[in-house]
Write a protein of this length. Sequence first.
Length: 42
Amino acid sequence: MAFNCSLASATDGRLRQNSKETASEAIRQASAMRLALLSREN
């Protein structure tokens, strides 16, 4: 049990950072898609 907890805490920071980067990447892609669609309509 203690081994599992220490392993999880060692990787937790990296996992949190990865999920943050994934979320901001998705937001960037959605914004780019929206801009592309808006510029095509005009």
